[in-house]
Structure formats: C-alpha cells, structure tokens
Design a protein around this ligand. Structure first.
Ligand code: ZN
Length: 399
C-alpha cells in the first residue's frame, strides 16, 4: 500500500466534481445537458484552486465548518448567519458564506454571458460543499492543531480509495466514472433539499433570524459529518475506510444536487440574481437610508470580485484602510469588495475583518460586534442590502 499522502494523487475535489457531472449524465438528468465538455474541464480545473497557496479563499482554517470540537462537544451556530464557525472560531468567511457567495456569483456571471468565470465560481461553490462533507473539516481537526496527522491520514486514504477503486491506479476519468456508477446504484440525490438557495437569512419577530435553505443544508451535512469523528481519530482502519466511502458518496450526491439547482436557477427569471446591466440601490439594512440617489450597476471581474458603479463612473469601493467610501474614478482607488449573503452584502476589505470602518457622508459609522458572540463578525457585514427599485421614502447618504 502506498504511503498515505493525498499529494501523490490528483485532488479528490477534482474527482468529486467529475463524478457529480457524470452522475447527472448517467441518470439522464436534464441538467447534464447544461454543461459542455469544456464547462466540465473548466470546473475540474478550478476544483482544487481554493486550497492553493495565495488563493483568494485560502487561509488558515477558513475551510472548516465546525459543528463539534475535536473532543466531540457540540458547537453553536451564529444567531444571524445561522452557520457554524470556521477553524479560527469566526463565523465568516466560512465554507457556508463562501459557498453562498460563489453560487450567487456563478449565476450572475452566467447571466452576464461570462461562462468561463461562471464555471470557475460554480466549481468553487462545489469545493466548499465537499469540504463541509469531509469530517475532519466539520470536527475542527485543523492541520495546525494536534489532530493534523489524523486529518492528513483520513484525506490521504480518501485519495487512495477514490483514485484506486480496485487497488490499482486508473485514469482520472475511469475512477470518476466508476464512482458515479456506484453512486447511482446505491445512493439517491437530494434534489428536493436544494430549493430556495438564494433566500438569505431574514429577521423575524423577537430578534430571531430565519435562515436560508443553504444554511440548513450545510448544517445537516456538518452534523452528519461530526458523527464520523471517531472514524477519523481512532485507529480502526476498516471503520475509517467505511466512513471515507460514505462521505465520498455524500459529497458526490450533494455536488450533483447543487449542479442541478444551478441549471434550474438559471432559468428562473424571477430569482433575485444580480444582473450586470440592471440598476440597483444599496440600502443600509434596517433603516431607510440609501447609499445614493442614483442607481448603481454591477461590474463583474474575472476573479469573482465585483464593483458597484454609477453611470457617471463613481463607484463604491472598500479602501485599503477598510473604509467604505464612494469615490471618483480619478481618485485612483481600485479596491473591490466581494459579495456575501445576498440580499445582504458582506464586505471583506482585503480579507481584513478587524478594521472595517464605514464612512458615510463624511461620518464614521459605528461598527458593532454582535454581542455575546466570539470571533470577528461585525454588524456592518450584514448591514447592506441591494434593492431592485428605489423605495419611495428614502433618505440618501450621498445625493
Ligand atoms: Zn478546501
């Protein structure tokens, strides 16, 4: 048996994406017609990118979605986002928030006719979904903790099991096709759960928040992954192999369901997907304040970032110092911000969540930590909403 090192093999993320696509094809699902051979290659090529050093979504502990501690203690979810924390104990960015943002970006890019970056964003969404299905990621067994070796052992063996289904290495296509075939024979695809994915968290009475179905999906997956904690940590290889096989099936069927949902959501013109040439008004959440009287337009970039711009060329950006400012193109500021949980916007100035200051009408607005919550989520991160129409009784921060 080869040494347990996942780097001896292609990334399992690539295999899961290919298997999910082949599963739709083998089960004659109509969504399989959406994705061309070129689309498949674009997705497979991007599937492991978020793990690469220097990637915009790479970072110590960001790909963890911790439903339990390594000792099995259950962890809570965030009161507003509804999701679990990442490996650093912060609720954002997490696999849930990045999955959410990439899925929406993929829809928006596709509708803007930018198919290649759309496929890359969709593949990134699949990456985070697969990470949530992977027990070391839902039990907080981070590489930088004392459980790093158990994590590596689990994923190393998963690569071996995926790429050498009969004990000998076969081609990437053969291995994925084989997994798709066995998945089709033994599992069902949870299509029904993947509805209403664009519905974000909403406040309901009593200060409570109602969470979207993507949050529900991710939390159920993380909790089921947490049941595999001992299979990751303990030394029983038979139990671990069973666990790995089960979770690989879990990843493949969930990725197939997300691909099918993408195909369906593209055709639903009523969905609040951001359109590139559509006017939007940016409103402070929970108040009547609009950022500007003039509408803003979205400009999608190839790297998945987006800028909000007025027709005159003024645009909203997050400056390097972490100030939200509306400025002229001539000022030379070119920092973009990323979308988070639409209709709420998440602002990640250079990924730095600790120095976000909103400057509106020349005044610095207070940025509050959500009380009694450890980590670094600020109220401001969930305090902007995109509107399709200018509301009647609006007050403007800029006019
Ligand atoms: Zn990852």
């Amino acid at each position: 048996m080869a040494k347990l090192d996942k780097h001896l093999y292609p990334s399992v993320h690539c295999g899961i994406v290919r298997a999910a696509l082949l599963l739709l094809e083998q089960t004659s699902h109509p969504a399989s017609k959406r994705f061309s051979a070129g689309d498949a290659e674009a997705m497979i090529g991007e599937a492991a990118a978020p793990d690469k050093l220097g990637d915009r979504q790479q970072g110590r502990g960001l790909h963890y979605y911790c439903a339990v501690r390594p000792d099995g203690t259950a962890l809570g979810t965030h009161p507003v986002l509804g999701g679990y924390c990442n490996g650093k104990g912060a609720p954002s960015p997490s696999p849930l928030t990045m999955l959410d943002a990439e899925y929406r970006a993929a829809l928006a890019l596709y509708r803007a006719g930018k198919y290649y970056p759309a496929m890359k964003s969709l593949s990134r969404a699949l990456h985070f979904l697969a990470d949530i299905c992977c027990p070391p990621h839902s039990c907080g067994l981070t590489y930088f903790s004392r459980y790093g070796a158990a994590h590596r052992r689990y994923e190393g063996r998963a690569a071996e099991i995926f790429w050498m289904p009969e004990g000998t290495q076969v081609s990437e296509y053969t291995a994925a096709a084989d997994w798709a075939k066995r998945t089709a024979e033994t599992q069902s695809i949870p299509f029904d759960a993947y509805t209403g994915l664009l519905k974000g968290s909403r406040p309901v009475s009593g200060g409570e928040w109602e969470h979207g179905s993507l949050t529900e999906i991710c939390n159920v997956l993380a909790l089921s992954g947490a049941e595999h904690l001992s299979a990751v940590i303990d030394d029983d290889e038979v139990v671990r192999d069973q666990s790995i096989t089960e979770r690989l099936y879990c990843s493949i069927v969930n990725c197939a369901a997300l691909l099918a949902a993408f195909d369906r959501d593209l055709d639903d013109r009523a969905l609040p997907v951001w359109e590139e040439r559509h006017p939007y008004w940016l409103k402070c959440f929970g108040t009547a304040f609009l950022v500007s009287e003039d509408p803003l337009y979205l400009l999608f970039e190839e790297d998945g970032t987006v800028t909000l711009s007025t027709l005159e060329g003024a645009y909203l950006a997050v400056g390097k110092l972490g100030r939200v400012v509306l400025t002229d193109l001539t000022a030379g500021l070119e920092t973009h911000f990323r979308f988070g949980r639409e209709p709420l916007l998440t602002l990640y100035p250079g990924g730095d969540q600790d120095h976000l200051v909103a400057q509106l009408r020349g005044q610095l607005h207070s940025i509050r930590r959500i009380p009694a919550w450890p980590g670094s989520l600020f109220q401001s991160q969930v305090s902007f909403v995109l509107l399709n129409q200018k509301p009647e009784k609006a007050k403007f921060i800029f006019s």
